[in-house]
Design a protein around this ligand. Structure first.
Ligand code: PEP
Ligand code: MG
Length: 584
């Protein structure tokens, strides 16, 4: 049967292919039957995983500091009890032995049964225990995967698309670190039930340059494995099992899109100047050092944002040490041949987790919690290690250090103190670095935008993280599809904050860029130019598109309309003004 679903368009283009369903992200497990005769070994694997988790919990329990809140000990005790309860292990062992299910499959089957039973319980205390059971089962699943020497929860068979056929991944949700793993594989597109336009999963999907639609509730339940799927990444539409006629129309649209992309390539060597002669600098956002090559190829004049946290994801059991980080940063800096590279220190938390055995701080899972610089300052040794690695890379090119999510003067002074300390440590060891390395701050919290003079006086450059600035100004979780319709870059409050930051930084002659997704959205280029922005940092796939927009603009003609836009709170007048701005 043919039907269509609507969601949030996050990565443009048309993709056509067969659906490959991936089960709920929290419990991504491969489903297969073990070979006849291998049942007992599989059962032993499950028992070993239980044992490993028992030891892990025991270690956590005995390692609790004396002054740790009592609830923490109680919490670990509950998890130990759940783990020891035969209900969790007995049934899966039986499923492995009698039906040859692989260990992870057997465990999730039992987990789902238990969760269903808990859903029917009225008592709120007991209902809450379902959460604990899920957490314990997830620990055991991780242990099973580690035993299988798998670094993450995604089964490898899912990661290899069929280039002949076109493969569309359909999932409830895909974590950013899992999305990153798709980089090496020939996949045609993504559809997920959850997610927002600037969630990190969406950002990585865009970096893969394949069409994606997120936030289609129940897509993973309605689409079946092997269905034909068309993703219209321009309009956020997903068509399942289209008829021949519709399929043909989409094929034509796909061809048209490819021709457009090819045409854009002609702009690669054109200088980025507006019609009135203003020079604009286009920088690239990257997740991994190898992306730098493409950034250069597409004419980026530097890396405006290197999201270093992606180096810390998908690790088996430890974070990269100083030497490993240094080599990666150096690789990136050298690939940019002396152009600036803003290495943003770890921004873990919110929708980005380590995705490995390394624990992500519980509080960091909230966008208002211990994420980014807050986490780094709470882990000074890890932070110092990263700073030293970045400093050492600065001996090989123009590495610059950029700090995310600052809001408080104390965070600024503490970060700068640690940078100074890292310099002293390197000096003591006789290791080379650029003592004049430029330090920058991301302005992505309204509090920072409204106290900009503080940042201007302490930093060499600033970069506006509009993704978070919008999230925190409008109180919208950027990864939550339920409020995605309220995530509005054109909200007058957002526009006024951005304009204020650009104006103050320009007056103080401190370089200012936008590195959030707004910089790569061609429908917003003119508005940002009208505010006086000259440095844009975006995913490299957007660079030529934005360049084409810039080449057609006369800034002097749109300034007055942009100023009027900033004073307009009525949606109708806003639409009128945006229409005028788009015609200048
Ligand atoms: C931003 O918040 O706009 C930004 C560029 O950082 P990130 O998307 O990694 O949070
Ligand atoms: Mg941010």
């Amino acid at each position: 049967m043919s039907f269509s679903l609507h969601g949030i368009a996050v990565s443009k283009g048309i993709a056509i292919g067969k659906a490959m369903l991936i089960s709920r992200a929290a419990l991504e497990v491969s489903h297969h039957l073990v070979e006849i005769g291998a049942e007992e070994a599989e059962a032993q694997k499950l028992l070993k995983a239980f044992d490993q988790v028992r030891k892990e919990l025991g270690k956590l329990r005995s390692g609790l500091p004396k002054d740790a809140p009592q609830e923490m000990a109680a919490f670990l005790d509950v998890h130990q009890l759940i783990l020891s309860d035969p209900t969790l292990a007995e049934k899966p062992l039986e499923l492995i032995r009698s039906q040859r299910l692989n260990a992870a499959w057997a465990l999730t089957t039992q987990l789902n049964d238990l969760l269903e039973q808990f859903a029917e319980i009225e008592d709120p205390y007991l209902k809450e225990r379902a959460h604990d059971i899920r957490q314990v089962a997830e620990r055991v699943l991780k242990a099973i995967h580690t035993l299988q020497k798998e670094a993450t929860l995604l089964a490898d068979e899912y990661l290899h698309g069929d280039p002949e056929m076109g493969t569309i991944v359909v999932a409830h949700d895909i974590a950013p670190h899992d999305m990153l793993r798709f980089k090496e594989n020939a996949l045609s597109g993504f559809v997920t039930d959850l997610g927002g336009k600037t969630s990190h999963t969406a950002i990585v999907a865009r970096s893969l340059e394949i069409p994606a639609v997120v936030g289609i509730r129940h897509a993973s339940e309605m689409i079946e494995h092997g269905d034909w799927v068309v993703i219209d990444g321009d309009n956020g539409i997903v068509v399942i099992n289209p008829d021949e006629h519709l399929l043909e129309q989409y094929r034509l649209q796909q061809e048209k899109g490819r021709a457009e992309t090819k045409k854009l390539q002609l702009l690669k060597h054109t200088a980025t100047k507006t019609k009135d002669g203003t020079e604009i600098r286009l920088f690239a956002n990257i997740e991994l050092p190898e992306d730098a090559t493409q950034a250069i190829d597409l004419g980026a004049v530097g890396v405006g944002l290197f999201r270093s946290e992606f180096l810390f994801m998908n690790r088996v059991d430890s974070l990269p040490d100083e030497e490993e980080q240094y080599q990666e940063y150096r690789r990136c800096v050298e690939a940019m041949f002396g152009l600036p590279v803003n290495i943003r220190t770890i921004d873990i938390g919110a929708d980005k987790v380590f995705g490995s055995k390394v624990e992500t701080p519980v509080s960091g899972i909230s966008p208002l919690g211990l994420r980014a610089i807050r986490w780094s300052l709470s882990e000074p040794e890890i932070f110092l290690t990263q700073i030293r690695a970045i400093l050492r890379a600065s001996a090989h090119g123009k590495a610059r250090l950029m700090l995310p999510m600052l809001a408080h003067a104390s965070e600024i002074s503490e970060s700068l103190r640690l940078i100074e300390k890292a310099k002293q440590q390197l000096l003591a060891k006789g290791q080379a670095f650029n003592p004049e390395i430029e330090i920058g701050a991301m302005i992505e919290i309204p509090a920072a935008a409204l106290t900009l003079p503080l940042f201007i006086s302490h930093f060499d450059f600033l970069s506006i993280g509009t993704n978070d600035l919008i999230q925190y100004t409008l109180a919208i979780d950027r990864a939550d599809h339920a409020v995605a319709h309220l995530y509005d870059p054109l909200h007058p409050a957002v526009l006024n904050l951005i304009a204020l930051i650009i104006k103050q930084a320009n007056e103080a002659k401190v370089p200012i860029a936008v590195c959030g997704e707004m910089a790569g959205d061609p429908t917003l280029t003119r508005v940002l130019l009208g505010m006086g922005l000259t440095d844009f940092s975006m995913h490299f796939s957007q660079i030529l598109l934005i360049k084409r927009e810039i080449l057609g603009v006369d800034i002097s003609k749109l300034k007055a309309d942009v100023q009027a836009l900033l004073k307009t709170y009525e949606p109708e007048s806003q639409i009128d003004l945006l229409g005028r701005i788009s015609r200048h």
